[in-house]
Design a protein around this ligand. Structure first.
Ligand code: DX5
Ligand code: ZN
Length: 217
């Protein structure tokens, strides 16, 4: 399997969401990455259900939903109804993580766990076989356009070893500050999915930029 590319709609032009969704549909990107922020778990608020429904109505590729919210278990049905294919919750926001992952899968979605930069990958070892995707935050969650944290490479390597030792099928996703400057190294460390927001949408031709990321290695 080649590396999957998931452009983050957080960096899209909200006045032209339909246009940007169609660009992603027509591009070599694999998924739509959707960042949901509640202003509590992170200091920023992104978009709510009316906007998400508009995105979902235009998107023709899987919806990779990243919940940066407290008590994510309260919104599992809501995001299943939206048509989410992958629902990722934060380790730091989930007291009963194992139970919440089961609930997500019972709703027919893939279950993801996101880790803040300071959270150790070893914490997921006991339940790695229950996790479809681990999203390693390579910036502090809450905002697009931040600088990539270099310590992420080591976390990717450690997590890859945990996944291989457990014979798990868990995908490793990297989220934050991804560009052509770090993508190759992330892939060689074991990354399976690259999220990119500002690098894609601030470029002159986002479709060409997505193609470049997809065909890096
Ligand atoms: C950050 C979000 C990211 C963000 C990535 O909290 O989870 O998905 O949109 O944006 P860039 O690629 O600009 O760092
Ligand atoms: Zn994200």
């Amino acid at each position: 399997m080649g590396t999957l590319i998931a452009p983050s709609l957080l960096a899209a032009d909200f006045g032209n969401l339909e246009r940007d969704c169609k660009m992603v549909n027509a591009s070599e990107a694999d998924w739509f990455h959707i960042d949901v922020m509640d202003g509590v778990f992170v200091p920023n608020i992104s978009f709510g259900m009316p906007v998400l429904k508009s995105i979902a109505s235009h998107a023709e590729k899987p919806l990779d939903v990243h919940l940066m919210i407290v008590e994510p278990e309260r919104y599992i049905d809501t995001f299943a109804d939206l048509g989410s294919d992958i629902l990722t919750i934060h380790y730091e926001a989930s007291i009963h993580l194992h139970r919440t992952l089961q609930s997500i899968k019972e709703k027919g979605m893939k279950a993801g766990v996101a880790l803040n930069p300071h959270t150790s990958v070893e914490l997921l070892e006991p339940i790695i076989n229950e996790i479809d995707l681990v999203c390693l935050m390579s910036v502090n969650p809450g905002f697009g356009g931040q600088r990539f944290i270099e310590a992420t490479y080591q976390k990717v390597r450690k997590l890859k070893t945990i996944i291989e030792n457990a014979d798990a099928a868990t995908l490793i996703e990297i989220d934050g500050g991804v560009t052509d400057q770090n993508a190759n190294q992330l892939i060689s460390c074991g990354a399976d999915v690259l999220v990119a927001g500002s690098y894609v949408f601030s470029s002159n031709d986002p479709k060409v930029t997505l193609s470049g990321l997809k065909n890096l290695s």
